[in-house]
Design a protein around this ligand. Sequence first.
Ligand SMILES: Cc1cc2nc3c(=O)[nH]c(=O)nc-3n(C[C@H](O)[C@H](O)[C@H](O)COP(=O)(O)OP(=O)(O)OC[C@H]3O[C@@H](n4cnc5c(N)ncnc54)[C@H](O)[C@@H]3O)c2cc1C
Length: 410
Amino acid sequence: MNRPFTRSAHLASLRALDFDVLVVGGGATGLGIAVDAASRGYRTALVEAHDFAKCTSSRSTKLVHGGVRYLEQMQIGLVTEALVERAILCENAPHLAHDLAFIVPRYHWWEGPFYGVGLKLYDALAGKRNFGSSRSLSREETIAAIPGVREDGLLGGIEYHDAQFDDARMALALARTAASRGAVIVTRARCEGLVKDEGQVVGAEIRDVEGGQGFKVRASIVVNATGVFVDQLRAYDDPAAFDRIVGAIVDLTVTYLSGQIEAGVEAVQLFDSWAGSLSPAQFERWVIAPNAAIVERLRARHPGTPIIGFPKGAGAKLVDYAAGVKPDAIGLDETLDPVWADRSLPAGMPVQGNLDPLALLAGGTALDDGIDRVLTAFPERPHVFNLGHGIGQHTPIAHVEQLIARVRGK
Ligand SMILES: Cc1cc2nc3c(=O)[nH]c(=O)nc-3n(C[C@H](O)[C@H](O)[C@H](O)COP(=O)(O)OP(=O)(O)OC[C@H]3O[C@@H](n4cnc5c(N)ncnc54)[C@H](O)[C@@H]3O)c2cc1C
């Protein structure tokens, strides 16, 4: 069917047609399935709650690897298959995937033969599809190729080849390909339930996130390609199972954090990633309710220990979180406007201001500005200063000293 690749045209088709395959999730997995199904002639639709590759599929390490690490476990079949796929991807999308050389520095004598033999096997499995042969590098060549490498004890390096790709653009290319094969592809369309007939799934309840309307889409097969959200969709099939899982997670979290408190920690933190991508109803059920239960039970066992709630990425839902979970302090990620947060949160609630992790790496005025942004935003509130991702192996110690001096000086 000739249909312009616009959201409105695809949304209209989604509402009007029945499908053989309805894919939920527009990441690498869902889009790949949509290309495959549409290419085979199935009437295919895909719904994505946000935008293509919004979640894991735009945050990968961007490697199209042939599974080099699986060689250690001698998974030859898996590596061979991955090397074939690597070659196909580079051939089909040379504008998005390309050769990339890697160097493994060597500090022990045995690493030469160990990596050397392993990577020669990798070359052999790639055969004609290889991008370049692995080779040994001298100490000087390794330092020239990796200027920041630790030189103390360095013997040399081994170079081998894999591929790198642009994951988010690859997702767009897959979406366009699926659409060109006739698939209906709609972003900002969230699956909020399953349609069943005599116990069988025969479609899904979809909400147009832009317009707000809900509607049903009928499909012979509904594919759950929602990545880390896979259990949320499964819960639509068996809600009681999900409640059992959440109950177990609450029990385990209380046990784990109690162990930390009994071991002497002064405060504990409840961290939720991806919380903001949930609908308000999901946020209430899967974030607020379980976290409120954890806080209540922890307080009963350890009344004196402060609990920091940190629903990362929650955006404006932070206010509901603070009211519903009632933590002793609340964490703010660096994407939130601190002035808004100060105005919106309950008076007197301590906040944990998180430094942008890049500022700590950058140092200089970027670090000073980042620190001041956190410190000056909450003049009337007690607050905890959090280092974002903390001090990593690449964090210059001078930047940590600069940070301590500035925080103590304010
Ligand atoms: C740190 C890290 C590094 C990685 N590096 C690499 C690498 O170098 N090379 C490599 O090949 N792989 C890598 N991976 C693995 C790869 O990124 C993932 O396997 C892949 O992105 C998973 O894609 P997905 O489509 O299954 O999930 P996702 O990309 O998470 O897509 C799921 C989609 O479903 C949508 N969704 C969720 N719920 C609903 C709903 N109810 N209705 C509609 N839509 C919904 C979400 O918005 C999301 O867009 C890495 C993974 C991680 C975590």
